[in-house]
Structures are given as C-alpha cells and as structure tokens.
Design a protein around this ligand. Structure first.
Ligand SMILES: NC(=O)C1=CN([C@@H]2O[C@H](COP(=O)(O)OP(=O)(O)OC[C@H]3O[C@@H](n4cnc5c(N)ncnc54)[C@H](O)[C@@H]3O)[C@@H](O)[C@H]2O)C=CC1
Ligand SMILES: O=C(O)C1=N[C@H](C(=O)O)C[C@H](O)C1
Length: 268
C-alpha cells in the first residue's frame, strides 16, 4: 500500500529534504505540499498556499501530514488534521507547554507523532544517556548542542528531550536509594551558559547552545567525575537523516488509531 502525505513548510530547509526523500521512496507519494511562500516547485512538487491547507486536506485526503514549520503553524496544522481525520507527524521544535497541550488535544481525534529528533543516532544516544547517568551517579553533566546560524529556538528540542532523559534517569537512581517520595522527585537545575562568578552547584546540568554556519545538528552529553569523563556525541551529517526518519514515522502512523505516539515505537 502506498501512503500519501501532505507536506507543510515545503520551501523550508526540512520541507525540501522531506520532499527529496519522499521522491526516492516507492511506499509513499506526495499528495500536496504547502508553504507560506507558495509558487515555486520544490523537488518537482508544486507548492501551494498554506492558507488553503484545510481545503487541500479535504480534496486530497492524504493518509498523513509531515510538518516541519514553526510552533504556531504546527498547532494550526495539527488541529486542521484533527478536524479532517488525518494523521499528523511533526518535528517542529520550540513548542510551549500550551503548544504540546494543543497537540495532545489533536491526538484525541487522530494519530499524532511528535519527535524532537527523527534520527536513529539520537534514539541510540538517548538510550546511552539513560544507561550512563545511573552508572555514573554523582558525576557532573554538561550538555552542548550546535546548529546552523538560522535556527530560531534554543536550546534545541533534542537538548530538551535529553535533559528530560537525564532527569528521569536521575530520579530512577534516587528511587532505588530512598523511600521518601519528596527526595525522589525534582528536576535538575538547568544552568544556561556561564559568565562571571558562576561556579557549579551540585547536581546542576550546564546547557550550552552554539549557532554557526550550516551545521545540521550536534549534541554532546558530557559526564565527568572521579578523575574520568565520558562524552556521548551525535553528529547529523545532513538533514536527510531527519527527513528519512519522519517519513518512516508517517508510513508507520498512517493507519494507527487516534493517540499520542513516540518515534521509539516506530523503531521497535
Ligand atoms: N525533529 C527533527 O528531527 C528536526 C526538527 N527540525 C525543526 O523543524 C522546524 C523547521 O526547521 P527548518 O526547516 O530548518 O526551518 P525553516 O525556517 O527553513 O523552514 C520552516 C518553514 O516553515 C514555513 N512556515 C512557518 N510557518 C508557516 C505557516 N504558518 N504556514 C506555512 N509555512 C510556514 C516557513 O516559511 C519555512 O518555509 C524547526 O522547528 C526545527 O527545529 C529541524 C530538523 C530536524
Ligand atoms: O533546527 C534544526 O536544524 C534542528 N532541530 C531539531 C532540534 O531542535 O533538536 C533537531 C535537529 O537537531 C535539527
């Protein structure tokens, strides 16, 4: 069965990668593509006006929409998909808590899959982090992400996911050490950059965002203590890895029931 997709943000960096990757696959076809700046073709696909998105959903009835845009548009597209009964895959980062609530609301009507990073390498890095943090309990942790100079949000969505993974792994260690629920709860203090009198406090996680050139995406989790350090690093060589993962997610999600899904489920 061929899964048909609608693509948003078609004239953006990721939109173009998604259209290029889709052209190389025979399990997927592109029903339509939209952008705020329509007119040109991207990868041989006519780019239509984002304002016509709801009409395009109704007339093309794609199996899924793949979205890499911005937080406000991501939410609009998700609710239009919820109204039209179309599965929604998004990698858009920088969403607020309210934005995630809106996505979860859409997930009560249609299948929704959000991933801050669609590369398999980051999925493996997350597993490594969840293993390393308890194994190196008490070590200092610093997280550094590096991206191209046009990225809008900081820290990256992937960095925020890794920070949540670190907190989860730390609270699972505390759970084995204490029966007191108040001691078990609590996220690490996140310290963004350092300047002046800024010595480390115990348990904090330093977070550093660098922006330069056309770097597709790098994430490093550094754990140091006890006269040793462990650096876990992922580098995306091109945006193609993200596009491939998002298309795998769309193919997987298309015939699921309404609900909230995770990229790790696609990889199982
Ligand atoms: N989850 C993942 O694996 C990845 C996520 N991303 C995220 O994807 C998003 C987009 O990244 P890029 O493609 O680099 O950005 P970009 O700025 O190159 O492209 C975004 C596109 O969306 C369009 N857009 C924004 N609002 C729109 C609207 N209301 N209607 C129609 N089009 C709209 C923009 O005009 C632009 O063409 C960012 O949030 C980024 O962090 C990027 C790479 C991988
Ligand atoms: O904006 C990008 O480029 C990327 N954004 C995602 C993020 O914020 O984590 C994923 C990837 O690192 C590229």
């Amino acid at each position: 069965m061929t899964v048909s997709i609608g693509v948003t943000g078609a004239t953006g960096r990721m939109g173009g990668e998604v259209l290029a990757a889709a052209a190389d696959r025979d399990d997927l076809s592109v029903a339509f593509a939209v952008s705020r700046s329509p007119g040109d073709e991207v990868e041989g696909v006519a780019v239509e006006d984002a304002a016509d998105f709801a009409d395009l959903l109704a007339s093309n009835q794609p199996d899924a929409v793949v979205d890499f845009t911005g937080p406000a548009s991501c939410i609009e597209y998700a609710s239009a998909c919820a109204a039209a009964g179309v599965a929604f895959v998004t990698g858009t980062t920088g969403l607020s808590e309210g934005g995630f609530d809106a996505l979860r609301e859409a997930a009560s009507e249609v299948p929704v899959l959000y991933a801050s990073n669609f590369s398999r390498g980051i999925a493996a890095l997350r597993r490594a982090v969840r293993e390393a943090v308890p194994a190196l309990d008490g070590y200092d942790i610093e997280l550094t992400e590096t991206h191209h100079n046009a990225k809008r949000d900081a820290p990256s969505g992937t960095a925020l996911t890794l920070l949540d993974d670190i907190d989860e792994a730390r609270s699972s260690v505390r759970q084995t050490q204490s029966d007191d629920i108040d001691e078990v709860r609590g996220d690490s203090e996140r310290v963004h950059g350092r300047e002046g009198e800024a010595s480390r406090s115990e348990g904090e996680v330093g977070v550093h965002a660098r922006r330069a050139g056309d770097i597709a995406g790098e994430h490093e989790v550094l754990l140091a203590g006890n006269h040793e350090s462990l650096s876990l690093t992922h580098r995306a060589g091109s945006r193609g890895v993200f596009a491939a993962g998002a298309l795998d997610a769309a193919a997987w999600l298309a015939d699921r029931d309404a609900g909230w899904y995770d990229f790790t489920e696609v990889l199982e």
